[in-house]
Write a protein of this length. Structure first.
Length: 198
């Protein structure tokens, strides 16, 4: 076992895992937001609470970077991973806020399908971050799964957006749901960004 006179600060990994866990829980609430309209307010509030917690963990990462001499991985990588992980829950929160503003009712099937894929993609990120902490797991496998799910989400997005324009005759509803679709799609794009960093 190697010995160092200057110990490395390893708690960055714990902070990453905390953010990834909360993001995964938030993605589950995003599914609930659109599949349980009667509990939409509860799900939106839980997402907001989790987003605030993730902000605190992300700030702690930056604070530790400022006072840590030797880091377990490059400083730039730590900063990038922290920012991209935080962006995942930020975009999820953005969707939840829009859903509340628009007072959307029962969601189209495509929205429900997209949220399920988002939850899976964020779950893959959680596995990847946990494997990164262990340093003996398969980070690449989790990252590739997140990328595959991003491609699946893109296909759903394009197909269901086309269907929305074909089938929705109420102009206000069409605008609302198009906006929701357009804000769901970046959730998986952001997850793919994290996968690329991992």
């Amino acid at each position: 076992m190697a010995f160092s006179l200057l110990p490395r600060e390893e708690q960055f990994f714990d902070l990453f895992v905390e953010v990834a866990r909360r993001s995964h829980v938030a993605a589950g609430h995003l599914v609930g937001l659109f599949s349980e309209p009667d509990k939409a307010l509860y799900h939106a509030e839980q997402i907001k609470k989790l987003e605030h917690e993730c902000d605190q963990f992300t700030h702690e990462v930056v604070n530790r970077l400022d006072r840590t001499f030797i880091t377990p991985i490059d400083r730039e990588d730590i900063y990038k991973l922290a920012g991209d992980l935080d962006d995942v829950i930020d975009v999820i929160d953005g969707v939840a806020r829009r859903a509340q503003i628009f007072r959307v009712g029962a969601a189209p099937d495509g929205v429900k399908q997209l949220t399920v894929v988002i939850e899976k993609a964020v779950g893959a990120l959680l596995v990847g971050v946990e494997q990164l902490k262990k340093r003996d797991g398969d980070v690449m496998k989790a990252s590739l799964l997140a990328k595959q799910l991003e491609e699946e989400a893109d296909a759903i997005y394009h197909a269901m957006l086309g269907r929305l324009f074909d089938e929705e005759t109420n102009a206000i509803e069409l605008i609302k749901w198009k906006e929701i679709y357009d804000n769901l799609e970046p959730c998986v794009d952001q997850a793919e960004d994290v996968a690329n960093v991992l």
